[in-house]
Ligand binder design. Sequence first.
Ligand code: CDT
Length: 303
Amino acid sequence: PRIVTIGAAQMGPIARSESRPQVVERLIALLRQGAATGCELVVFPEATLTAFFPHWWIEDAAELDAWFEREMPSNETAPLFNEARRLGVGFHLGYCELVEEEGRQRRFNTAILVGKDGQVIGKYRKIHLPGHAEHEPWRPFQNLEKRYFEVGNLGWPVWRAFGGVTGMMICNDRRWPEAWRVLGLQGAELVLLGYNTPRHDPTTPQHDRLAEFHNHLSMQAGAYQNGCWVVGVAKAGVEEGIEQIGGSCIIAPTGEIVAQAITAGDELVMARCDLDAANPIKRNIFNFARHRRPEHYRMIVER
Ligand code: CDT
């Protein structure tokens, strides 16, 4: 077996007024819990460091930029990196990234993987941005990811890390089989992802009762159909009046949930994940080399 012990560090709501240092303190508390229970890797949610501001229409440019990180680590996030290094625990962190690239300011919904030495191993920028780009006042809250972020420009890389082949996606990506398959085709054995998922979808309120089901359905299918472990981590609970689902979990390559959060707050759940448990699936039912028929899949990339 190739065992890696992983913690899914669910976060409860973050108030609009909560500062980065206050949030980092909560992250460090979860990281320490993880270290104390033998975790080598702790996974934090999407946009971990602040309230999920795409829920609000923000016109002022400076006000918008204040929700983004210009460097990682920064003075405010360095204590998390330092503690990870001291404890010898790696982590996955989602944050909103503001960079100067191609001679202009660009904003991405980003996640990084950090090794036990506190060094960044890899970065992913969210590709499937949900929501809308204009103010839609009929909604009880906005979902302005299409306005505040650009589509990620790094593809879906994988890294040899934590004893296996590791990839990342972010929130809405998990609902798209293409995202899973691109990672699966590269042999991903471990997929890390964070999410901010409101219970209420103003476009399809009849599905509100299915929010948790669709969350787990997407991740369990991705795990099974690609033979990989999945660590899915929520920012949960009622944040500035908006209820977000929890259900953070660790899923085996069989699609079975092996650990699941039961609260809507800061909560660490962990599992001993045998990366070799992916082998029977990768070698048999989903042996891509033997069984895939890409000549019949062209439509997927052509429209
Ligand atoms: N953060 C994020 O991507 N949330 C979306 C909300 C979808 S609204 C229909 C999600 O897919 O969970």
